[in-house]
Ligand binder design. Structure first.
Ligand SMILES: [Zn+2]
Length: 303
């Protein structure tokens, strides 16, 4: 799995930071999470295969998280897209985009399928052979949700010595990869565990969008490999952060610690942060494996 940071800034795009968006690549599948203004330009700058995106997840309906969507929808139309585009969001987006399309693009070249999820509880919103996506509630000024993407475990690997010793019928191999025991021909079953090894491990990425500090978030993302968490204010401004429905750097790190995450990337950085070094160090004191998001950065999560 690869995670591309497309916009790491809060509220307004600046020369150095776009507003919220990340792209996720899982083998041949591409997903987009949030789509702030300018996201389609960022995708071109950072070599994201934007034509391959079939699923877009929107965390909440503040403008810096979805105002790039109308432009992207229009661009796909100009390129004569035919494949359906699936958009997942809390309720409200379908009517906003629907009105816009009716006025400006009544003959869209492709279908948009809206999946408005119930935002109050965690549940699965997308499941494929290769990965699953679940959403979970955050605590913000408007309804806001996080996402957890988890790849499927690979099939079990058949030990070469089993093939050499037993020379099994080819038609049985697929079943063995899926966990079947092997009938040895003398009426005995050889257990799958003795003739196979574990397949590729599942890897996971969590995107925690705009939220106040809420320890219960950690329960939804336990042991996640890579956590992208908003951190809008420095530790000294915890009261301001709370009043605006955001987190400080130390609070983002506390969630990573509580979740037992492998790595933390802090994004949604306010242009008002004076010293990014101090800001980062506040988090590292709580959770050492922390970095600051930067536009164009790519994180690879290896199985
Ligand atoms: Zn927001």
């Amino acid at each position: 799995m690869k995670v591309y940071i497309l916009g790491s800034g809060a509220a307004v795009p600046t020369a150095n930071r776009g507003v919220s968006s990340v792209a996720v690549q899982i083998d041949r599948d591409w997903l987009l999470i949030d789509c702030g203004e300018g996201t389609q330009v960022q995708m071109q700058r950072f070599s994201v295969r934007w034509g391959k995106i079939n699923h877009i997840l929107i965390s909440h309906l503040h403008g810096d998280h979805y105002f790039g969507l109308p432009g992207l929808i229009f661009t796909y139309h100009l390129y004569n897209r035919k494949k359906p585009l699936n958009i997942y969001s809390p309720p409200g987006l379908k009517s906003i985009i629907g009105q816009l399309l009716q006025t400006s693009l009544p003959n869209l070249s492709y279908p948009i399928v809206f999946h408005e999820f119930q935002p109050e509880r965690p549940y699965g919103i997308l499941s494929t052979k290769y990965f699953d996506v679940t959403t979970f509630p955050l605590v913000h000024r408007v309804t806001s949700n996080g996402f957890l993407i988890r790849t499927s475990e690979g099939d079990r690997k058949i030990k070469p010595e089993f093939i050499a010793d037993y020379q099994p019928d080819r038609h049985l191999l697929r079943g063995i990869q899926l966990g079947n025991d092997y009938p040895d021909g003398n009426g005995d079953l050889i257990s799958n565990a003795t003739i196979t090894l574990k397949g590729r491990r599942s890897v996971s990425f969590a995107y925690v969008s705009d939220t106040s500090f809420a320890p219960e978030i950690a329960e939804h993302i336990l042991s996640v490999d890579l956590l992208y968490h908003e951190a809008t204010f420095p530790d000294g401004e915890a009261a301001l952060a709370k009043s605006k429905g955001h987190c400080t750097s130390g609070q983002a790190a506390a969630i990573a610690h509580l979740a037992g995450a492998g790595q933390l990337v802090m994004g949604h950085l306010s242009p008002r942060i004076k010293s990014l070094d101090d800001f980062l160090n506040q988090a590292i004191a709580v959770f050492p494996n922390t970095t600051l998001a930067a536009d164009g950065q790519v994180y690879e999560i290896k199985p």
